[in-house]
Each structure stands twice: as structure tokens, then as C-alpha cells.
Design a protein around this ligand. Structure first.
Ligand code: HEC
Ligand code: HEC
Length: 310
């Protein structure tokens, strides 16, 4: 009998604890698992993200990115908190004509206890009030901790504003599984390209030089060139940041082998990167074929000659 009573009390106790947890962490609109993980500042930041309509221009799923939405999938850790603090106040400092509006008002808006109460759906009982006060104090500490990472905020005078919550939220946006897959595919591809250069020796018999002799390589080379090289050498090879590739003058030597060497190994110190990791030996040959096909085309706006005549 006594056993049964003890058991019943124990059972009632369990139910009570269950209820308490349900009611304080109940059906709030924000992801309560974050609150449980004690990322109070992050939870507040999620609220700011919703309230400021960031979602009208941003998606958290790279799959859903389109012409009007910019993906923040996996954004966490991409930049420092200091960078974000600057960027959110004045995107113009970072790009010419940003579409991203300034959110400098968040730098002045203090974190607000009653707003936070709404976020976690604070309940009226005394016990829950005490719990909520502790939670709020923790949030304040988290804000102070984050502001240490932001030298711009005067030290010793913590500035507990909503921008900190937003930064805390942005800094933890994880990658979706599909973003992780895409990233790792890119990684594997780069690794494969890298490996394709193992044991490679650049000479007349190398695959690069043989591919470069083939007429049909020019078309593939043209596509690779437009994607990787035109930004610096011009779409028609006329030159820009990089030298004109259509004339007879060469800075790094003008034989086929010289040009192949520059394409593959770069002229790193002088602004031309090594293309080693982005192309494989066959593609390097296709690029060479295309560049050779440009010789003497004399495009419009051709850049002045540089280097030595071949
Ligand atoms: C009117 C549309 C719009 C709104 C609203 C908007 N953004 Fe943006 N945001 C952009 C665009 C577009 C970019 C890309 C850079 C550019 O062109 O300005 C961007 C860039 C960013 C970046 C940098 C992304 C990167 O990978 O470099 C972050 C972070 C960001 N926005 C956060 C936010 C947050 C947080 C909010 C809400 C407080 C917000 N944005 C509201 C349009 C918007
Ligand atoms: C970021 C800009 C940039 C990109 C992108 C770039 N290049 Fe260059 N390239 C340069 C610069 C700058 C030089 C001149 C280096 C020097 O002064 O020796 C150069 C030199 C060269 C040369 C030698 C020219 C000479 O006169 O000796 C070749 C060939 C060449 N690039 C091919 C390519 C190909 C092919 C690609 C794409 C796979 C490419 N470049 C992408 C900037 C670039």
C-alpha cells in the first residue's frame, strides 16, 4: 500500500514537472529549441530578423535563391561580427550600389525586456517570473560578450542594442543539407582537378600541348575563357587588367609552351593567378587553343602592347 502511495506521488510529481516545462516553453512562435540551448540573444535576433522583413529579400535555403532573393544559407561564421556590425549600418562602405538597405536604427534600439517576454511567452506565476529574470540577465551577458568582439562598440560601455541580437542570429545560420552537398561537391571537384596535375610534366608531349593542336578544342576553350579569363583579359582577348592576348607581344614568353606555362602556373606575383586548381591539363590545352586562335584578330579597344615581340 505504502509503495503504491509513494509511486502515485512520484507519478504526480513527474506530470507536474512535465506541465511546467510545457507551459514555459510552450507554443511560442519562435524555435524554442534555441531558447533551450540558452541562445537567448539568438532567439531575440530571430525575432528581429522576422520583424525587419529580412525575409522579403533573403532566403535561408540556397535552393530557393533566385533573382530577387539572396541566400544566407550557411551564413554563420562567414564574416566577423565586427564586419557585420559595420555592414548592417552602412552597406555602401562595402559595395558600390548595394540593394541591401541600411539598418542603422538597430544600432540605437536597445534590447527590450518586454519584447523578449513576448518572444519566450513569459507566464504570470512568480516562479516563472524569477526564471524569466534569470533568463533576461543571461541574455544581457550574452550581449556584452558579443560586443567584446566588436571593437567599434566602446569598451567598458556595453551597448546592448538589437543589432547584437541580429548579429548573434546571423552568426549561427547553419548550412542546409543541400548546401553542404553542393559545397562538398565543389570541394571534390577542386580536389580532382588538383590530383589531375600529379605527375604532370609540361613539355611538347604533354596532354595539354596535344589538345592545344586540335581544331575542336577551340570551342571548349572559348567557353572556359569567357567564364574564367574574360574579366581580366577582355571577352575578345583585347586586354584590361591583364594584357592583350591577341597581339605579338608577350610578357612571359610567346611560344606555345610559354603561354601554356603562364596559364597553368600563372605569373602570380604580377596579378595572374595559377589556374592549376580550377582547370585540368586537358582544359589548359583548350584554353591555349582558344588563345592561339585569337592571334592577330585585332579586336576593338585593344590594349597597348606589353612585353617583347614574339
Ligand atoms: C530590399 C532587399 C533587402 C532587405 C530588406 C535586406 N537585404 Fe540583406 N541584402 C540584400 C541584397 C540584394 C544583398 C546582396 C548585396 C547587395 O547587392 O546589396 C544583401 C546582402 C546581405 C548580407 C551579406 C550577404 C553576403 O553573403 O555577403 C547580409 C548578411 C544581409 N544582407 C543581411 C540582411 C538582414 C539581416 C536583413 C534584415 C535586417 C536584410 N539583409 C534585409 C537585400 C536586402
Ligand atoms: C585577375 C585577373 C586575371 C585573370 C582572371 C586572368 N588573368 Fe591572365 N593575366 C593577368 C595579368 C595581370 C597578367 C600579366 C602578368 C604579368 O605582368 O606578367 C596575365 C597574363 C596572362 C598571360 C601571359 C600574357 C603575357 O603577355 O605574357 C596569359 C597567356 C594569360 N594571362 C592567360 C589567362 C587565362 C587563360 C586566364 C583564364 C584561365 C587568365 N589569364 C585569367 C590577369 C588575369
Amino acid at each position: 500500500m505504502l509503495n503504491k502511495i509513494v509511486f502515485l506521488f512520484f507519478f504526480a510529481f513527474l506530470i507536474l514537472i512535465g506541465f511546467e516545462n510545457c507551459s514555459s516553453l510552450g507554443k511560442s512562435q519562435y524555435s524554442m529549441n534555441k531558447i533551450q540551448a540558452e541562445n537567448y540573444l539568438t532567439a531575440y535576433g530571430e525575432h528581429v530578423f522576422e520583424r525587419e522583413s529580412c525575409k522579403s529579400c533573403h532566403t535561408l535555403h540556397s535552393d530557393k535563391q533566385n533573382a530577387t532573393t539572396v541566400s544566407l544559407d550557411g551564413f554563420g561564421g562567414k564574416y566577423s561580427s565586427n564586419w557585420l556590425y559595420y555592414f548592417l549600418s552602412d552597406p555602401k562602405k562595402f559595395m558600390d550600389q548595394p540593394k541591401m538597405p541600411t539598418h542603422v536604427h538597430l544600432h540605437d534600439k536597445l534590447l527590450d525586456k518586454s519584447t523578449f517576454g513576448e518572444i519566450v511567452e513569459e507566464k504570470g506565476t512568480k516562479r516563472q517570473k524569477r526564471k524569466f529574470d534569470r533568463t533576461w540577465n543571461k541574455l544581457m551577458l550574452q550581449a556584452d560578450e558579443l560586443s567584446m568582439e566588436i571593437p567599434l562598440i566602446k569598451s567598458g560601455n556595453p551597448d546592448r542594442t538589437e543589432v547584437l541580437a541580429l548579429i548573434s542570429y546571423l552568426q549561427q545560420i547553419p548550412s542546409t543539407p543541400s548546401k553542404i552537398t553542393v559545397d562538398s561537391l565543389i570541394h571534390v571537384k577542386l580536389r580532382e582537378k588538383e590530383q589531375s596535375w600529379d605527375n604532370f610534366v609540361l613539355d611538347e608531349n604533354s596532354i595539354t600541348m596535344q589538345v592545344a593542336q586540335l581544331q575542336e578544342s577551340i570551342e571548349n576553350g572559348k567557353v572556359l575563357y569567357a567564364a574564367n579569363c574574360a574579366s581580366c583579359h577582355g571577352l575578345k582577348g583585347e586586354g584590361g587588367t591583364g594584357p592583350n592576348l591577341t597581339d605579338e607581344f608577350w610578357l612571359n614568353g610567346g611560344t606555345d609552351l610559354d603561354i601554356a606555362r603562364t596559364i597553368i602556373y600563372g605569373a602570380v606575383k604580377k596579378g595572374m593567378l595559377s589556374w592549376h586548381f580550377q582547370v585540368n591539363p586537358t582544359e589548359a590545352g583548350e584554353l591555349l587553343a582558344y588563345i592561339k586562335s585569337l592571334s592577330g584578330t585585332n579586336p576593338k579597344n585593344a590594349k597597348y602592347p606589353e612585353g617583347v615581340k614574339n
